[in-house]
Design a protein around this ligand. Structure first.
Ligand code: BTN
Length: 246
């Protein structure tokens, strides 16, 4: 990954550029990187705060030979690869929050947005958008973010070299992706479960169907989170999750 790179100083969103490039035939592993995004996109229609030269704002193009039903496995794979890359460079204790947020000491340091285009159960391409707060300090954030966000610099107490981080992450992502293509979801699933901070805890999931409260048990084979409730075990495919550290 990263053998083809498109680099911009400022752009609305690297996701938009990656979609364009993918439609024009970008090869698998191509990456769009920007110093600043002025309309960074988060999950569920939220915005992603991407001030200049403080973070890693990048979008990776994949052309996985899998079905649409398997696509959420790649979302989880992305969080495992990014988590391993950051851990390798910084040594910080990073946990995954379902499906693919990365947290340090309960605060969000990285978000991942996966988008895909396909038809009739066939994926044309997938864009993995990765946003990491690297050298961001709390002055960069509006009040409401200060409580829930952190950065690698805040957690490690020092400035980090973003290119080193990008290289390590792309290497880890390529390795887990190859592993996935060779041996399937099983290995990724167990790596994800090991890095997840929420398994065994009582959580609340805000899903399109309403709130579900119960104990987060594990992932199922397609990557849904299984929650044990009084009504039985419920698989959750799309949600925001909250839990309290006790
Ligand atoms: C989330 O809501 O947690 C996902 C955030 C994803 C942000 C990244 S930054 C690079 C790429 N470009 C975007 O506009 N969003 C993703």
């Amino acid at each position: 990954f990263g053998r083809h790179i498109r680099y911009e100083y400022s752009t609305p969103s690297t996701q938009t550029l990656a979609h364009q490039w993918a439609r024009e035939g970008a090869p698998e592993g191509a990456v769009v990187i920007a110093e600043e995004q002025v309309q960074g996109k988060g999950r569920m229609g939220r915005t992603w705060h991407s001030p200049p030269q403080t973070g890693v704002w990048m979008s990776l193009i994949l052309r996985p030979p899998i079905s649409l039903a398997e696509a959420s496995q790649l979302t989880l794979l992305a969080s495992v690869g990014v988590q391993q890359g950051i851990k390798r460079v910084t040594g910080l204790p990073i946990q995954i929050k379902w499906p693919n947020d990365l947290l340090i000491h309960g605060k969000k340091v990285c978000g991942i947005l996966t988008e895909l285009r396909g038809e009739q159960d066939q994926i044309h391409y997938m864009i993995i958008g990765i946003g990491i707060n690297v050298n961001t300090t709390s002055e960069h954030w509006p009040e409401e973010l200060k409580k829930i966000a952190t950065s690698l610099a805040i957690e490690s107490g020092g400035h980090l070299h973003r290119a080193t981080l990008i290289a390590a992450i792309l290497k880890e992502l390529e390795e887990v992706y190859q592993e996935y293509l060779n041996s399937g979801f099983r290995v990724i699933k167990s790596k994800w479960e090991q890095a997840a901070g929420m398994l065994g805890k009582t959580i609340t999931a805000r899903t399109p169907q309403g709130l579900i409260t119960g104990v987060a048990e594990r992932l199922n084979e397609s990557g849904a989170l299984l929650i044990r409730t009084d009504q039985g075990v419920i698989p959750v495919y799309s949600a925001d999750i909250d839990w309290k550290e006790i």
